[in-house]
Design a protein around this ligand. Sequence first.
Ligand code: MHO
Length: 340
Amino acid sequence: MTRLYQKIIILAISLLLGWAGWKGLNAFFYRGSSELSKQNFGAANVKKMNKSKEEWKKELSPEQFRIMFEKGTEPAFSGKYNNFWEEGVYFCAACGTPLFRSEDKYDHGTGWPSFKEPFSEAFLEYHNDQSFGVHRIEVRCAVCGGHLGHLFPDGPKPSGKHFCINSAALNFKPKEEALKEAPEVATLAAGCFWGVEYQLSQLPGVIATVVGYSGGETINPTYLEVCTGKTGHAEAVQLVFDPKVLSYEVLLRKYFAIHDPTQKNRQGPDVGTNYRSAIFYHNEQQRQTAEKIKAELPQSKTYSSKKIVTEIVPFKTFFRAEDYHQMFYQKNPERACPIK
Ligand code: MHO
């Protein structure tokens, strides 16, 4: 009897140690693993490519096909971009969508190319991956669905994002060449993002949109956290557009026309810093265009010398919002935000 009692205690202790060990291992490998559960998987507004696996098999090398369409991984430290630091853009090796920029590449020391921000959140897609008994977030190209790698929450601040990507899924093009081919990205805040996304997505030349949170400190905030005003984030729309069809200037003029840039920290009934008017510029040219338009506006009749309060600040990071906020207006036209 006593022996059975002892056995039960030993079994319980070993189970407990095993469980604690497993938790410890997870915490060790994915520091801040609770952050993983906060990642929003909302699908962006982007045109998908419909190609079958058989077609990709014919077009890609066996290694690329295995990694991108059979969820493979290249061995650590083996990929051509692991230790590669040239300036340019990394495109999807399958469909050619721009996915990452050299400015956002950093050495995480794990043996795969690592990035702290994507070219645009609109071009990525996230999925839960439970393979090997661990929870990871799989990253795919939103256009062709090709597997790229994983997103870990142990990246450098302010994004905290660590995109761990297979070199074989990428095709690097140097700056000059990339500039000719790649579209541009804009991140804009003008109050409730439902209506802003809808209005701006109607402009010819807009390739993709995604709504989310920008300008604050909190990593992976939820909508409710942003609503408290304590995260520092503003509801924002990230757009990818073709500069040959739509200039940043025309885009900004539309942006100013669809909201009231004289209202500080509010848009109509939506009050709070999360509804502030802000332009998160991605480069010096964008900053200059934004400053120029902002300075011009008060001279027009519409504003009759009223102060334009729109913030013009450098883009730092963008966290996508929950799925139900993506393309909200298209899904719920009856619940429009105050659209001017
Ligand atoms: N007044 C809007 C705000 C939503 S927006 C996504 C509402 O209907 O709740 O912040």
